[in-house]
Design a binder for this molecule. Structure first.
Ligand code: KG4
Ligand code: ZN
Length: 354
C-alpha cells in the first residue's frame, strides 16, 4: 500500500511517501524557521502564506524522490489537527483536491498520533502496549498505546509544553529561535547542578506536567542578575533548566509505565531530539528494566512520514475521511477520559466519482 503523507500544522510544510507502513521512499521537509525567527515565534498569518507557496513543490518533490506519481498512490494521509487552523487548511484542502481529482481515498490524521507512532518508522520497533511521551512545541502528554489506533491519554501539561518552555527560556536568554536546539547545544558546556531550578511534581501520582513555574524561575534568575549588574553563566542556566525539564519528563513517563505494569516506553516529538533527554531516559530505562524506543533525530521534529504512517493504520482499519471534515486547532483526543479508538470518527467513504 502506497501512501502520500502531508503535514502543515505549524511551520513545516512536509510531504512523504511510505510503502506498506514501513518503507520510507521520501521525506521532504520545508522549514519556515528563517521566516519566523526575526519575530521570536511562529506568526500564524505568515505560516499560512508560506504553506500555500510551498505545498505544491514539496509534494511534487516527495513524489519525485520516491519515484512515483499520483496515479500510483493507494491513499492520502493529511494532518487534520491540532495546530494552526490557517496552516492546517492548506494541507487539508490540498489533500482533498488530489483526492477528488484522482479518486484516491484520504484520511485525516491527528498530529499527536503521528508523533506517538513515529518510533514505528525505525527498524527497532516497540511492542504493544507501550507508554508514549510526546514532548513538542505544542504538547507534553503521556499516553498508553494499546495498538496503532487505541490510545489513551494518561497525563498532559497544565500550562506550557516542554518545547514551548525551551523556546520561551531561549527568548529570555536572548537566544535564536527556536530555543530548544540552541539551549541543548549550550547546555553541553554548562553544569546541570549549578542552579536549583524547581521541578513541578504536582502530587505523588500525578502524570500531568507544568513548566510555566520553571520558566518564571529562570526569568527571575536572569532579571535579578541583570538588575544587580551581576554576570551569570548562560551555559549553566541552560544546563540547569534543561536538567529540570528532563528529570520531570523522564520520572513521570517511567512512573506511568510502573503504574500500568508496562515495560516498554517510546519517546517522540520535537523535544525527543534533545540529546540529554535521550541519554537520561535510556540510562533510567536500563536501570529499571524498561525498553526505550525513540525515532531518529529527523523523525522527532515535525514531518509527514509519521502522518503517512498513522494514515496507513487508519486505512488498515478501513477508516476514510469525508470531504466536509474540517481542521481542528485542539485535539479532541487529549482529554483524560477519551480513548482514541479506530480514529478518525467513522464517516462515509470518500472515493470520489470520476
Ligand atoms: O514536534 P515539533 O517539531 O513541533 C510541534 O509539534 O510542536 O517540536 C518543536 C519543538 C520546539 O519547541 C523546539 O524548540 C523543540 O521541539 N526542540 C527541542 C530540540 N529540538 C527541537 N527542544 C529541546 N532540545 C532539542 N534538541
Ligand atoms: Zn509536532
Amino acid at each position: 500500500m502506497l501512501i502520500l503523507g502531508i503535514e502543515s500544522s505549524c511551520d513545516e510544510t512536509a510531504a512523504a511517501v511510505l510503502r506498506d507502513g514501513n518503507i520510507l521512499l521520501s521525506n521532504v521537509i520545508n522549514s519556515q524557521v528563517a521566516v519566523h525567527s526575526p519575530y521570536g515565534g511562529v506568526v500564524p498569518e505568515l505560516a499560512s502564506r508560506k504553506h500555500l507557496e510551498n505545498i505544491y513543490p514539496v509534494v511534487e518533490a516527495a513524489l519525485k524522490q520516491a519515484g512515483v506519481s499520483l496515479d500510483d498512490l493507494d491513499g492520502l494521509a493529511v494532518t487534520q489537527g491540532p495546530g494552526l487552523v490557517g496552516s492546517l487548511l492548506i494541507g487539508l484542502s490540498f489533500a482533498k483536491a488530489i483526492s477528488a481529482v484522482k479518486s484516491i481515498p484520504y484520511v485525516g490524521v491527528d498530529h499527536i498520533v503521528g508523533h506517538l507512532l513515529s518510533p514505528f518508522l525505525e527498524k527497532k520497533q516497540p511492542e504493544f502496549p507501550y507508554i508514549a511521551l510526546v514532548a513538542s512545541g505544542g504538547h507534553s502528554s503521556i499516553f498508553l498505546v494499546q495498538d496503532h489506533t487505541t490510545i489513551q491519554p494518561l497525563g498532559r501539561t497544565r500550562d506550557d509544553a516542554a518545547g514551548e518552555a525551551f523556546d520561551k527560556v531561549g527568548k529570555i536568554l536572548g537566544l535564536e529561535y527556536p530555543g530548544g536546539p540552541v539551549i541543548s547545544r549550550l547546555a553541553e558546556q554548562g553544569n546541570p547542578a549549578a542552579i536549583p531550578f524547581p521541578r513541578a511534581w504536582l502530587g505523588a501520582d500525578s502524570l500531568d506536567f507544568s513548566f510555566s513555574g520553571l520558566k518564571t524561575s529562570v526569568a527571575n534568575y536572569v532579571h535579578q542578575h541583570q538588575q544587580k549588574n551581576e554576570p551569570f553563566n548562560i551555559p549553566d542556566v541552560c544546563a540547569s533548566f534543561q536538567e529540570a525539564v528532563v528529570e520531570v519528563l523522564c520520572e513521570k513517563t517511567l512512573k506511568a509505565a510502573q503504574m500500568h505494569g508496562i515495560s516498554t516506553v517510546a519517546l517522540a516529538g520535537g523535544v525527543a531530539a534533545n540529546s540529554r533527554l535521550r541519554a537520561a531516559l535510556r540510562n533510567l530505562g536500563a536501570q529499571r528494566n524498561i525498553r526505550i524506543f525513540m525515532p531518529s533525530l529527523e523523525l522527532c521534529t515535525d514531518n509527514a512520514a509519521m502522518i503517512a504512517l498513522a494514515g496507513y493504520y487508519h486505512f488498515a482499519g478501513k477508516a476514510t475521511t469525508s470531504f466536509d471534515t474540517d481542521a481542528y486547532s485542539r485535539s479532541p483526543f487529549l482529554h483524560p477520559d477519551s480513548v482514541l479508538a479506530k480514529s478518525p470518527p467513522p464517516s462515509p467513504a470518500v472515493r470520489a466519482q470520476p
